[in-house]
Design a protein around this ligand. Structure first.
Ligand code: 13P
Length: 341
């Protein structure tokens, strides 16, 4: 496989494949495991992620890359194979979340700034050696009547650009993820407000990327969809798709090879339907695919339930959702495919 950033970025979004976001922090995966009554230990985290990564056919056909948490990148499967090799052996690319989390931003109540730039160049070199060929950094933007502020948008966009430049120097493709929350507090904003804020954020992010000389051909954008807050949800699938495309066309240069959405708390089927609607109705300058965490994993986590006898059931559930998301990335998903499962 080519080591050129441009080629890696194109491979990450090609042929109806997309990304599996399995990079939950230790605190977040504990919450997911709590929901199935499973204790989060180094081994249970490994067993769960190994189950997903060993879904060989699904990985090969539908998953171009996997975003890992640092612990997983250096972890070995039960038989001693490094998990990064399990991913590569399935024809997929290992990636790594490199930010160290969104922290309260000084002087900006209820807003966050994402940390992790100090020492990042050295960490990226280690991750590259361990097999990672792309990375992820998530900036978080909260919506309320008074938020976001310009200060928080600009600080987060600047951090994303600094991270992206460091990645490219380390021969790692940056996934640039500015997430405008749909389920933050109060979470009752309209879709018009989501559109306005998402456009403002993306415009700022691309200005900062330009200032810091980030090569657009060698990156992937991971945005939220334009969608009303979780507590106010009533926009139709078509409205979400149309408003999202409108904002992306206004803000994302055609030089970017691909856009891989986060699911952000949408149900598995909502996230699938929205992506398919966008691809079905538009001829676009970039590939549009998925980089889902919850929307790819929820059914597999439930089917597995933390029990070794359910590994095959968990893998079946994962393969089904990955196939649905892949159909959506080609714009050919319909509800009928869900029933056929
Ligand atoms: P969700 O799809 O669950 O939002 O996770 C994607 C992700 O990587 C968030 O940073």
């Amino acid at each position: 496989m080519s080591e050129r950033l441009e080629d890696i970025a194109v491979a990450m979004v090609a042929n109806g494949r997309g990304l599996l976001a399995a990079d939950e922090s230790t605190a977040t995966i504990k919450k997911r495991f709590d929901s199935i009554g499973l204790e989060s230990t180094e081994n249970s985290r490994r067993d769960y992620r190994e189950m997903l990564l060993r879904s060989d056919d699904a990985m090969r056909e539908y998953i171009s890359g996997v975003i890992l948490y640092e612990e997983t990148l250096f972890q070995k499967a039960a038989d001693g194979t490094p998990l990064a090799d399990v991913i590569r052996n399935a024809g997929s690319i290992p990636g790594i979340k490199v930010d160290t989390g969104a922290k309260p931003m000084a002087h900006f109540p209820n807003e966050t700034i994402t940390e992790g730039l100090d020492g990042l160049a050295a960490r990226l070199a280690r991750y590259h050696e361990a097999g990672a060929r792309f990375a992820k950094w998530r900036g978080v933007i909260a919506i309320s009547d008074a938020l976001p502020t310009w200060g928080a948008i600009r600080a987060n966009a600047h951090a994303l650009a600094r991270y992206a430049a460091l990645c490219q120097e380390a021969k790692i493709v940056p996934i640039v993820e500015p997430e405008v929350l749909m389920d933050g507090a109060p979470g009752d904003h309209s879709i018009e407000r989501s559109e306005e804020v998402t456009e403002w954020v993306l415009r700022t992010v691309f200005e900062e990327l330009g200032e810091l000389r980030v090569r657009l051909e060698g990156m992937i954008l991971k945005p939220n969809m334009v969608i009303d807050g979780k507590k106010a949800r009533n926009a139709s699938v078509d409205e979400v798709a149309e408003r999202t495309i409108k904002v992306l066309k206004r803000t994302v240069p055609a030089a970017v090879p691909g856009i891989a959405f986060l699911s952000g708390g949408q149900s598995t089927e909502e996230a699938t339907a929205h992506l398919s609607a966008m691809n079905a109705a538009h001829d676009l300058p970039w590939k549009l695919t998925f980089s889902y965490g919850r929307a790819l994993q929820q059914e597999a986590l439930n089917a597995w339930g933390g029990k070794s006898e359910n590994v095959a059931a968990g893998q079946r559930a994962f393969a089904h959702r990955a196939k649905m998301c892949s159909l959506a990335a080609k714009g050919s998903w319909t509800k009928d495919f869900e029933k056929a499962a």
